[in-house]
Design a protein around this ligand. Structure first.
Ligand code: GDP
Length: 480
């Protein structure tokens, strides 16, 4: 239920009765408490000559954020552990790598502790910690990013030395690049007789990742996850890169973070794993996550040990939410439980009205206006096609369409149908998707509608180029 006649009347300073009359003239019978859908609202606004603007996602976000938004002072900041995601092609060894690090390096493993899956764990390297997100792959990573939560500081790209760069490797590279985070390459399976690490390095250069020993600045480590070779070296490289990134946080403030997993546990009620990004989360803290609130009743680490506080970059299972929050929700601890509850309920109201908002996502139909209003300075495009040749041809032609006002970037390409991961990447990077001789499936179409991502499919290259060109010039024929 977006907005009622009465609320809209108040919003624009008009008598509700006038609006009802106006609606009647439009053939809509309404009373003051009737809610108006987006189309009716637009028509009504046009009739009475008021400008309405639907809220952008950013404005919504600001409204939804409360609490200690104070910037930290430099002197309050302390070094924090890096948060790392392992990505790469299926079967290249992501899970094996995460397992071997968990088994040998987790802080309590010498004490014989058995880790449980809570969504993340911390490894200890020369007294320094690294937080690993326990779900490998770029899908989860990008789904989080699409929701506005950038968690990961460093991406580990696993490439099997006997297989080389494969489609999902390429996707992972593009996703990490779009997020602007450093990539460390773990060239895996070097124990295999047919391993060709040098060939992998050659392939990497084609993606702009030039290995250090080839004069570039991409760190590559040859490893065998299975035989536990060079794992220490890889971990040391992660520490090195994190020190270069100067990752810091202020442990002496109320916590904020992100929900990485959440479920309703039969015995314990709502349980959420929270990755703390800043501050320290403590037992008894009022908390707010997305649409739900509560108070931290108990916290557990990956050994099931009970904790009374959790500092920056640590992941903890938290009990005490009134309802199950969603993965990707921002979490904040607040001074006051009532405030947390009020904000959660405000957000629920907001959410109910949120069909009203049309996100300021890029779309071809509105591209010209967005360029004129300075909202769009670069047009990001994802190209999916049936064959590589078409991708290359399209890419080259599209990039050439760039003007002084707007540059055209092709942020990701791939052979195959348009899928949900493409939609998430497009949503996170404000891109449109072009499918050439390929189509999205129903699930993807639904996701695109939800995320308001513009997908265009073509069978002729020049038609795709013409559409983009016309859209940039404001000459696109409206889609029928
Ligand atoms: P994921 O799909 O990327 O998570 O890959 P997995 O970790 O499930 O590994 C896929 C297969 O490769 C499994 O059979 C592993 O045992 C094997 N594998 C993983 N790492 C290595 C390695 O370093 N050497 C060898 N020879 N096999 C490995």
């Amino acid at each position: 239920l977006p907005i009622t006649v009465k609320e809209f009347a108040e919003e624009i300073g008009e008598a509700p009765n006038n609006l009802i009359v106006e609606l009647m003239n439009m053939g809509v019978m309404a009373n003051v408490n009737q809610s108006l859908d987006e189309d009716t609202l637009e028509l009504l606004a046009e009739e009475i000559g008021v400008q309405i603007k639907f809220k952008t996602e950013e404005e919504e976000e600001t409204l939804m954020r409360v609490g200690p938004e104070i910037e930290d002072k430099e002197e309050d900041l302390e070094v924090r552990p890096p948060i790392v995601t392992v990505m790469g092609h299926v079967d290249h060894g992501k899970t094996t790598l995460l397992d071997v690090i968990r088994k040998s390096r987790v802080a309590g493993s010498e004490a014989g502790g058995i880790t449980q899956h809570i969504g993340a764990y911390q490894a200890k390297v020369n007294e320094k910690l690294i937080t690993f997100i326990d779900t490998p792959g770029h899908e989860a990573f990008t789904a989080m990013r699409a929701r506005g939560a950038q968690l990961t500081d460093i991406a580990i790209l696993v490439v099997a030395a006997d297989d080389g760069i494969m489609p999902q490797t390429e996707e992972a590279i593009n996703h990490a690049k779009a997020a602007g985070i450093p990539i460390i390459v773990a060239i895996n399976k070097i124990d295999k007789a047919n391993a060709q690490p040098e060939r992998v390095k050659q392939e990497l250069t084609e993606y702009g990742l030039v290995p250090e020993d080839w004069g570039g600045n991409t760190i590559c480590v040859n490893v065998s996850a299975l035989q536990e070779q060079n794992i220490d070296e890889l971990l040391e490289m992660i520490i090195l890169v994190s020190e270069m990134e100067e990752l810091k946080a202020n442990p002496n403030r109320l916590a904020d973070g992100v929900v990485i997993e959440a479920e309703l546990d039969k015995g314990r009620g709502p349980v959420a794993t929270i990755l703390v990004k800043n501050g320290t989360l403590k037992i008894g803290d009022p908390i707010l996550a997305g649409l739900t609130s509560g108070r931290v009743r108990a916290m557990f680490n990956e050994f099931g040990e009970s904790l009374d506080k959790a500092g920056p970059s640590s992941a903890v299972e938290v009990l005490g939410f009134n309802e199950v929050p969603a993965a990707g929700d921002f979490v904040q601890s607040l001074e006051d439980e009532r405030q947390a509850r009020d904000v959660a309920s405000d957000r629920q109201d907001e959410r109910r009205q949120s069909e009203l908002k049309s996100d300021a996502k890029v779309s071809l139909d509105d591209l010209y206006n967005q360029i004129q209003e300075g909202e769009v300075k670069e047009l990001n495009i994802i190209i999916k096609a049936d064959v590589q040749g078409s991708i290359e041809a399209l890419k080259a032609s599209l990039i050439r369409l760039g003007t002084d006002e707007v540059t055209v970037n092709v942020i990701h390409t791939g052979v195959g149908g348009v899928n949900e991961t493409d939609v998430n990447l497009a949503s996170a990077s404000n891109a449109i998707i072009i499918g050439f001789n390929v189509r999205p499936d129903n699930k993807t179409i639904k996701a695109a509608e939800k995320e308001k991502v513009d997908i265009r499919t073509y069978r002729v290259i020049y038609k795709a180029i013409e559409d983009i060109k016309n859209a940039m010039a404001g000459l696109l024929d409206p889609e029928l």
